[in-house]
Design a binder for this molecule. Sequence first.
Ligand SMILES: [Zn+2]
Length: 191
Amino acid sequence: MDPPKDTYAKLLRLLEGKDFFVITTNVDHQFQRAGFPKGRLFYTQGDYGLWQCSEPCHQATYDNYETVKAMVEQQRDLRVPSELVPYCPVCGKPMSMNLRADNTFVEDEGWYAAAARYTDFMRAHLLGRVLYLELGVGGNTPVFHSMRTKGKSTRNAIKRQISEGSHTWICCKIKMLNKCQREFAPIVQVR
Ligand SMILES: [Zn+2]
């Protein structure tokens, strides 16, 4: 399903040619659909586009696009044909969404690879000037916003919050600052 507005597309255009990385708790697959390069994404809390064993009996995820598409096309009265219900190819138990809803969340090879790329990005820019954008954050889990208002926006605090927090952060080199400030003035925190 496409988002109601073209915000993702605008964001991608804004980042064109920039060295950036996105870490997000969004699980709706929209960054991928908008064309963000997968190598610059780390969706830490899972993805609606992936299934996993509900047990889980093994640490792997499975792309579910074709099956979900068939479910949408064939559903009647909120029911889908039994043969479309997914079961684990290893243990035969029902599959579930790859979402960090409880302690059954599967962190597969792709998850660890993305985590490593994010760590590499942060390490490579440890001493540089980096612009952090915090987007779509509500009052329950603000990071930069609350840090700004509490006067705690130290470099270490930001790095810790990015590692432990939630929602979406985009880190990119400082060169894009002026344009970003115009686009995202209310939420930009500069380091
Ligand atoms: Zn299984």
